[in-house]
Ligand binder design. Structure first.
Ligand code: HEM
Ligand SMILES: *[C@@H]1O[C@H](CO)[C@@H](O)[C@H](O)[C@H]1NC(C)=O
Length: 495
């Protein structure tokens, strides 16, 4: 397309979008009695969404919804924010037929899960219905089970030690420009080794670059906007990737193919060794002991490019930042580390209450997955609010974990301070904690993710004296909860 055609097309589309909005706004008061974020005439919340992104818009919705609910209109799409704990639980508990992450891919939608599916293909994230129970259980047995994780402990420990040592090489001290790379690469290498027997998975930076791109695109407004426009003009098949999305997907396939080759070489050389995890996931879902993976396992290879490393890495990074800001708490954790054998799975996993409390507190204060959403598929009534509220098909319900986790209303005046002690000796049921989701579609990797983060954190702390250079790190809300800038750390080997 030449630039002028391009510009006319955009102007024309904005007019159409404006008209659709106008029609939808003028037609009815969508949620009677619920506060509405109005934004601009005709365009509604669209300009805010495009300029500032979904997390910022969500913040504005939360600010006006005193009773735990509020909404905005974006070009015929109704965005509802539920930010009362009971309501958030109620929405999470809805079955897929009533509310799912993606909704109908043929309908104009701003769901990031919609973009995600086009980028990585099918995964457990977008699948719905009773047939997901089996794959969920396969995941849970592999990643959310103490025994299964114990079997992975030596691998986790070894990769953690290698990556910690790499920070200084042969030296005793180093200025690390950005510890985020080390944390992410630890997790990438861990997945590579665990799934395929490839501890070099992080080398060359390709996986990190790809996963960052996927994570960024999934959280940006524009892919959804362009896709909606293309759908409107029937330029794409609903749910199928655009040309540039297909290119990214090719990059993903290439990385996966390389790993599968490594896996097959490993299997040929070690016919009697225990199965690598991707192979056992495959066998548990109908695949053979060699050759092509089951559909389920193959879908997980793609999903793995998006989820699982950055989220684990961020836990470690935020822990280092907060521990550095609170030396007395770091000293308490160091005392615990020195009092147990951290090379023993049982001790690390279940005899370190202060470490557990620190990780819980990091997940409260800096929940990597800071929000999620559901698309309403079937009319339903929300009953946990002050008055019943009718939700209709196509509405997007945003659920902010970060809000629930940091609201002074639930956590007290020190809600925005790192205080692991609040998790010692149990926690009140009234304090909403959902960093791994809630209900029938909660996280299946909780225990593995937490174990991996704990092992790398403890390995770093026991190997080095760490000094985080800046103390003004802030949260940046993208798809995941990032830091606003690189996290520079000076590391000095303990003698
Ligand atoms: C710190 C790390 C992690 C965090 C904070 C996290 C958080 C979450 C959250 C909040 C959800 C629910 C989202 C929703 O309800 O829409 C979720 C779902 C999911 N997580 Fe995790 N996760 C982490 C690590 C992992 C790992 C390591 C795996 C790998 C096995 C994993 C696999 C999944 C899958 C497959 C789902 C979808 C489950 C379903 O739809 O039934 N996660 N995660
Ligand atoms: C994973 O294990 C944790 C801790 O035992 C539990 O609270 C959570 O519900 C489990 N998740 C799933 C999906 O089974």
């Amino acid at each position: 397309m030449t630039p002028s055609i391009y510009v006319s097309a955009v102007v024309g589309l904005l007019m159409i979008l404006g008209f659709v909005t106008f029609k939808s706004i003028s037609s009815s008061n969508v949620l009677p009695g619920v506060p509405e974020f109005k934004g601009m005439p005709i365009f509604g919340a669209m300009p805010t969404y495009l300029r500032e992104g979904m997390p910022a818009l969500l913040g504005k919705l939360i600010a006006i919804g005193d009773d735990g609910i509020s909404y905005a209109n974006i070009v015929g799409n109704v965005l509802v924010s539920c930010h009362d704990p009971a309501m958030v639980r109620e929405v999470h508990a809805m079955p897929d037929e009533v509310a799912s992450r993606e909704g109908d891919p043929g309908r104009m939608s701003w769901s990031p899960f919609w973009t995600l599916r086009r980028l990585i293909g099918n995964s457990l994230f977008n699948q719905v219905g009773p047939q997901i129970n089996h794959p969920r259980n396969v995941f849970i047995r592999e990643f959310n089970n103490t025994k299964a994780n114990e079997a992975k402990f030596d691998t986790i420990k070894k990769i953690a030690t290698d990556h910690a040592n790499a920070l200084t090489g042969d030296g005793t001290t180093a200025d690390v420009d950005d510890i985020r790379y080390s944390a992410d690469n630890f997790a990438i290498a861990l997945w590579g080794e665990t799934l395929y027997g490839n501890p070099d998975h992080h080398k060359g930076g390709k996986v990190l670059a790809l996963s960052e791109k996927i994570i960024t695109l999934a959280g940006e407004p524009w892919p959804s906007v362009w896709y909606s426009i293309a759908l409107f003009f029937r330029l794409v098949t609903p749910g199928e990737p655009t040309r540039s999305e297909a290119k990214l997907r090719k990059g993903v396939s290439k990385v996966v193919e390389g790993n599968i080759q490594k896996l097959e070489a490993y299997e040929a050389a070690n016919p009697d060794a225990p199965l690598k995890v991707i192979r056992s996931l495959s066998v548990a879902t109908g695949g053979a002991k060699s050759g092509p993976l089951s559909v389920f396992a193959s879908e997980f290879t793609n999903l793995n490019l998006f989820g699982g490393h950055h989220s684990i890495g961020l836990n470690v990074v935020w822990s280092l930042i907060e521990l550095d800001k609170h030396p007395e708490r770091r000293a308490k954790l160091m005392a615990e580390i020195n009092s147990v054998d951290i090379n023993d799975f049982t001790q690390l996993n279940s005899k370190m209450p202060y470490l557990d409390a620190c990780i819980m507190e990091i997940n409260r204060l800096h929940p990597t997955v800071h929000a999620t959403l559901r698309v309403i598929n079937k009319e339903t009534t929300l009953t946990s609010g002050k008055t019943p509220i009718k939700l209709t098909p196509g509405m997007l319900i945003y659920l902010s974990y970060l809000h629930l986790h940091t609201s002074k209303e639930f956590w007290g005046p020190d809600a925005d301070v790192f205080v692991p002690e609040r998790f010692l000796g149990g926690r009140s049921k009234h304090q909403p904690f959902m960093s791994f989701g809630y209900g029938p579609r909660n996280c299946v990797g909780y225990k593995f993710a937490t174990l991996a983060a704990k092992v790398y954190l403890v390995t770093l702390l026991s190997t080095y004296q760490l000094d985080v250079r800046d103390h003004d790190h802030e949260m940046k809300l993208g798809t995941l909860l990032e830091t606003t800038k690189p996290v520079a750390v000076k590391v000095t080997r303990r003698s």
